[in-house]
Ligand binder design. Structure first.
Ligand code: PAF
Length: 285
């Protein structure tokens, strides 16, 4: 029977009790509006762990004042039904007051990895993410935590934070889940107009075309990045934010693509007022 709790004390004691019984805890942090991408994280946690905790919290700290905090979708009943059907044991749905009883003056900041791409476009975003994820890790205790590769920079930032701060968490990356036409699943896809939804497949198309360019022998990262930019900018409804070829761990932009390595192609573009992210791992032959 799934337990739903909204206080930090209850969440912490449920997971402490599970560990005392020798159960391995899996944690799936989300902001709700669950879709098949989240379901894949839960499925991975259920397959690996004995007790699976899902957190649903739309974290105000990671939204800038101009962003979509107030209109962010919050379909709690549907989310709880999905969680129960997927085999989640504990759902934590705190209020903002429960998570931040007083305005926090302590933030967790990961230097370097947060400066580019999403961090450049949304300067306060990653401090909000790393602060709330640290709080969730502190409440959950030692666990495996599941994050999607869709937010690839977030994943890299959280991995580095866990390593630097010795947080007792094993970060488990999970592959992107896509619509049949290639669009990466995201809770924000519902904002897209019909025309923007049709245009949005350019991101996935550009990533695969750039992977082809690498497969055909291109080794200059700048040329591959230019292919991505040209292809996305050719779509009149897309406003390109960035197209990068980076090291998957450090997120450093690459010069030369070395045979035998895996590189990450990362793109972001706006369609109307909706910002979409996508990425692809490519092995350099
Ligand atoms: O990826 C998300 O949904 C959020 O950034 C996270 C990790 C749950 C923190 O609020």
């Amino acid at each position: 029977m799934m337990q739903v709790c909204s206080t930090k004390d209850e969440f912490r004691s449920l997971l402490d009790a599970a560990r005392r019984e020798g159960r391995r805890v899996g944690l799936v942090p989300t902001m709700g509006a669950l879709h098949a991408g989240h379901r894949s994280l839960i499925d991975a946690a259920v397959a690996d762990c004995d007790t699976v905790a899902l957190t649903i919290f739309v974290n105000p700290l990671q939204f800038a004042p101009t962003e979509d905090l107030s209109r962010y979708p919050r379909p709690l009943e549907d989310d709880l039904a999905l969680a129960a059907a997927a085999g989640v044991d504990v759902v934590f749905t705190p209020t903002v007051e429960e998570m931040y009883p007083v305005p926090t003056v302590t933030t967790v900041h990961v230097e370097g990895l947060t400066a580019s791409m999403e961090g450049a476009a949304r300067p306060t975003h990653f401090d909000g993410v790393t602060t709330v994820v640290t709080k969730l890790f502190n409440l959950a205790g030692p666990c495996r935590a599941y994050f999607g590769e869709k937010d690839f920079q977030q994943l890299a930032v959280i991995r580095r934070m866990v390593a630097d701060l010795d947080q007792p968490v094993e970060v488990v990356p999970c592959p992107i889940i896509r619509e049949p036409d290639g669009l990466a699943l995201s809770s924000r896809n519902i904002y897209l107009s019909r025309s923007d939804r049709a245009a949005s497949t350019v991101l996935h198309g550009a990533l695969h075309a750039a992977a082809e360019v690498i497969a055909r022998g291109e080794r200059r990262a700048s040329t591959v990045a230019a292919h991505l930019s040209v292809r996305i900018s050719a779509e009149p409804r897309a406003v390109l934010d960035h197209a990068e070829v980076v090291d998957p761990l450090t997120l450093e932009p690459l010069d030369e693509l070395l045979p035998g390595t895996t590189v990450r192609l990362i793109v972001a573009a706006k369609f109307g007022s909706t910002r979409l992210l996508d990425n692809l791992g490519v092995e350099v032959p």
